[in-house]
Design a protein around this ligand. Structure first.
Ligand SMILES: O=C(O)[C@@H](CO)OP(=O)(O)O
Length: 206
């Protein structure tokens, strides 16, 4: 019984590089992002992981990261399910704005609250709690059964959609999640017990 779940944030995007709030906007990966995706695929291959199924969002940066990883894993036609529930948090009116310009306009602290707090939404967008309210049910109904059925499942998504998932898997509070960052292209491996609790977590850094 593998019961293995691997979470990967997409590689660096053009808008990560330009320091823009991205949310549901759809920029491509940078060259560095392409390399990060390939490295993630290679390290999972070296670790001997053989996936049964992959999930990703409706956004190109995650889909392209997944495709690059699957090429490295030698599994380019792995069954893949795309769902909007795994999309990045909707950044609302901040989408497309430069993060430093936003800090100048609204102040460092307010921007940090919008970016990392649990339940304060950015103007016109989703809080992490709102994001979790779509990510977690999707995990429970669609992803978790595949893992508990004994599968090895890959999820390639986004910084905040994965923060919402990690918060629930790790049992973190609204205060604890503030300090959690998900690095681009660094696989986070969970092995689950039969009762769905986490048996082991490994962050596969370089
Ligand atoms: O802009 C975004 O959509 C996210 C992820 O890149 O940014 P932040 O890290 O500020 O939540």
């Amino acid at each position: 019984m593998s019961r293995t779940l691997v979470l990967v944030r997409h590689g660096q995007s053009e808008w990560n590089l330009k320091n823009l709030f991205t949310g549901w906007k759809d920029p491509d990966l940078t060259e560095k992002g392409v390399e990060e995706a390939k490295d993630a695929g290679r390290s999972l291959k070296e670790a001997g992981l053989i996936f049964d199924l992959a999930f990703t969002s409706e956004l190109s940066r995650a889909q392209r990261t997944l495709a690059l990883m699957l090429d490295e894993l030698g599994a380019p036609s792995l069954p893949t399910i795309r769902n909007i529930a795994l999309n990045e948090r909707d950044y609302g009116d901040l989408s497309g704005l430069n993060k430093d310009d936003a800090r100048k306009k609204w102040g460092e602290e307010q921007v940090h609250v919008w970016r990392r707090s649990y339940d304060v939404p950015p103007p016109g967008g989703e809080s992490l709690k709102d994001t979790g309210a779509r990510v977690w049910p999707y995990y429970i109904h669609d992803i978790q059964p595949k893992v508990l059925g004994g599968g090895t499942v890959l999820v390639v998504a986004h910084g905040n959609s994965l923060r919402a998932l990690v918060m629930a898997l790790d049992g973190l509070s609204g205060e604890e999640i503030v300090g959690q960052e998900i690095a681009t292209g660094v696989p986070i491996l969970y092995r689950l017990n039969a009762d769905s609790t986490v048996a082991e977590k490994v962050v596969m850094e370089g």
